[in-house]
Design a protein around this ligand. Structure first.
Ligand code: CO8
Length: 261
């Protein structure tokens, strides 16, 4: 796929099986304008189809992740204009990416930026990172999953406090309430996210993808249905060459070679 003329989202391939999607719009603290959203969606659609990519790291700058939706683009919009933008079609490729997505967050992840991080499967935060849903201070509310993903991640009482006050949550507190996976020194955020991505990329991709799919889909189902879904996916994996290879390597006391088949 050809790179757009004015790329504000960059693609890099630092390690085998790992892609880095980097938002680069520093003049607006990486605020999500139409170009950023479209390029993000385009990259995620393309990465989903690539068999050689087994894990994705999503990051921003060293000083900031994403300061939210671009306020200039919606400050005077009408409801019908907002509806007609169908931004859900641009979030979907991120939410539905079959490969694990790890957010590496330094600095601000606010509003749509916090929602973007919560689209990911693992969040590594630098110790100075700040998360928040400040939309209420603009007379708005989260509109890309912030009310729903946050309450599912941290429970009612923390989610209500965060969304109703628009406060900023510092990384150590975010870790304590389950809003992020790990906190590391700021200069190690990307390297830690890359290390996790490489670790996952070396594992059997069909098993990895089934785990992600079942955990996300099952979380919104009644327990019985979710357990059935889990059982079916578990059984399906017995048809994979990688499952046979994993068992054979265990008994032969050697390192397995996984081919994603
Ligand atoms: N949109 C547009 N421009 C922005 C944004 C933004 N969200 N954030 C920062 N900028 C711009 C500033 O206007 C400024 O531009 P300029 O230099 O031309 O004046 C530049 O970035 C630098 O910003 P600051 O000077 O403010 O930098 P500071 O370091 O002082 O502060 C902050 C950084 C704290 C991040 C501050 O910029 C800020 O509070 N930004 C707004 C945060 C916010 O309210 N985010 C939520 C936006 S609403 C939202 O995300 C709704 C999501 C709904 C989902 C989508 C549905 C369509």
């Amino acid at each position: 796929m050809s790179q757009p003329l004015d790329p504000v989202v960059l693609l890099e391939y630092p390690h085998n099986g790992v892609a880095v999607v980097r938002i680069s719009r520093p003049e607006a603290k990486n605020a999500l304008n139409a170009s950023v959203r479209h390029q993000l969606a385009e990259h995620f659609r393309a990465l989903a189809r690539r068999d050689d990519i087994r894990a994705v790291v999503l990051t921003g700058g060293e000083q900031f992740f994403v300061a939210g939706a671009d306020i200039k683009e919606f400050a005077s919009a009408s409801p019908i204009e907002m509806y007609g933008r169908h931004t859900e079609l641009l979030w979907d490729p991120i939410a539905r990416c079959p490969k694990p997505v790890i957010a590496a967050v330094n600095g601000f992840a606010l509003g749509g930026g916090c929602e973007l991080a919560m689209h990911c499967d693992i969040i590594v935060a630098g110790e100075s990172a700040r998360f928040g849903q400040p939309e209420v201070k603009l007379g708005l509310m989260p509109g890309a999953g912030g009310t729903q993903r946050l309450i599912r991640a941290v429970g009612k009482f923390q989610a209500m406090r965060i969304a109703l006050t628009g406060c900023m949550v510092k990384a150590p507190e975010a870790l304590a309430i389950g809003m992020v996976s790990e906190v590391v020194p700021d200069d190690q955020t990307l390297s830690r996210a890359l290390a996790l991505a490489s670790e996952i990329a070396a594992l059997p991709p069909l098993a990895v993808q089934q785990i992600k799919e079942v955990m996300l889909a099952g979380a919104d189902l009644p327990l019985d249905s979710a357990l059935t879904l889990e059982r079916k996916a578990f059984q399906l994996l017995f048809d994979s060459a990688d499952q046979k290879e994993g068992a054979a390597a265990f008994f032969e006391k050697r390192k397995p070679t996984y081919r994603g088949e």
